[in-house]
Ligand binder design. Structure first.
Ligand code: PLP
Length: 384
């Protein structure tokens, strides 16, 4: 592979040279814990124990690094394991971080309920307002600015380039959770971010059949430190999970094109629906982050959130009435999902500054026939 190869080529080939021994065209599942040494310390290809490194995981890590244009990626057992490894490595007790006012509930819970006990303080800041972030950066020493864009579940947009500038002027790292966009739509490292976080469970895996996470870093020295923590704490991606994720990654571009096309039509239909008070989709020109999204994303993604005029109970009822949209947590698979964030994915932020409105519904728009999806939503909302 060369740096000139296009995204789709890298997704299918980076880190995935045919096996030198057998010619197998996809990396085998190295379902193995340990490796024969040729004399003490005589490692073949650097492999000694699969917590430290495993060839199937290496293939996934090389591919993810290529897709995010970073020198190195690390693959984890889940997105949360990746976040945990990152925070343990770049922060110390007594440090202060900025966290977004809209984010995956589990990420906020990690800061508020786990790392707070470790002595890591956090302030919640609207990361879509760079001036507000700059104000916080000026007020105290900040180690990390954490951003999601688009955010989960309100689909807010943060200007990655502007945030990176602000963070770096203040000596802080910018971490961007790129789960909602995927590297096909947005490459935060190229815009100045220091670390990209993924829940590979979502679009990268793409088929709702595996849980995983990843970190991709711009600085090789930081990558070394992260790899040390990863090996020391052990939240690694297993061989079969790595293989499944890598198989999903091969079709990422084709899937994302279709997710984006379907989501745009769904957002447009909902924007005209009489039961809907607001549609949150960065592809709509009315979205406050539309211009920034246009500048930093290839397209606007497959996630659409919307609010119902009739309120929370109507939203809960509508979530239970769809035929094709499956009621469930998670996102980014080929099948469409619907959920009620306040009572499901974001129940853990109830009562916090990240609490989400009760009348909100979140859709992960899949790649089914879009006419069927539109019909399904219309019937689910018919008496809302
Ligand atoms: C934006 C985002 N980041 C991180 C995570 C956590 O990832 P995982 O569930 O793979 O641990 C999620 C999970 O939903 C998410 O939506």
């Amino acid at each position: 592979m060369t740096n000139q190869d296009g995204f789709e080529t890298l997704a299918i080939h980076a880190g995935q040279e045919p096996d030198p021994v057998t010619g197998a065209v996809v990396p085998p599942i190295y379902q193995v814990s340990t490796y024969k040494q040729d004399g003490v310390g005589g490692l073949r290809g650097g492999y000694e124990y699969s917590r430290s490194a495993n060839p199937t995981r290496t293939a996934l890590e090389q591919c993810l690094a290529a897709l995010e244009s970073g020198p190195r990626a690390l693959a984890f057992a889940s997105g949360m394991a990746a976040e945990d490894c990152l925070l343990r490595t770049v922060c110390s007790p007594g440090d202060h971080v900025l966290v977004p006012d809209d984010a995956y509930g589990g990420t906020y819970r990690l800061f508020a309920r786990v790392f707070s006990g470790w002595g890591l303080a956090h302030d919640v800041v609207p990361v879509s307002h760079v001036a507000a972030v700059r104000e916080q950066l000026a007020a105290r020493k900040i180690t990390v600015v954490w951003a999601e864009t688009p955010t989960n579940p309100l689909l807010g947009i943060a200007d990655i380039r502007a945030l990176a500038e602000a963070a770096h002027e203040a000596g802080a790292l910018l971490v961007v959770d790129n789960t909602f966009a995927s590297p096909y739509l947005q490459q935060p490292l190229a815009l100045g971010a220091d670390v990209v976080v993924h829940s590979t469970t979502k679009y990268l895996g793409g088929h709702s059949d595996v849980v995983g996470g990843a970190l991709v870093v711009a600085d090789p020295e930081l990558a070394e430190r992260l790899a040390f923590t990863q090996n020391a704490t052990g939240g690694v991606a297993g061989p079969f999970d790595s293989w499944l994720t890598l198989r999903g990654v091969k079709t990422l571009a084709a899937r994302m094109d279709r997710h984006c096309r379907n989501a745009t039509r769904v957002a447009q239909m909902l924007a005209e629906h009489p039961a809907v008070s607001e549609v949150l989709y960065p592809g709509l020109p009315s979205h406050p982050g539309h211009k920034t999204a246009q500048e930093q994303m290839r397209a606007f993604g497959g996630m659409v959130s919307f609010r119902l005029l009739a309120g929370e109970e109507a939203a809960v009822r509508a979530c239970g009435r769809t035929r094709l949209f499956t009621l469930g947590e998670s996102l980014g698979g080929v099948e469409s999902l619907i959920e009620h964030p306040a009572r499901m994915t974001h129940a853990s932020v109830t009562g916090s500054p990240l609490e989400v409105p009760g009348d909100l519904i979140r859709l992960s728009v899949g790649i089914e026939d879009c006419d069927d999806l539109l019909d399904d939503l219309r019937q689910a909302l018919s008496d809302s």
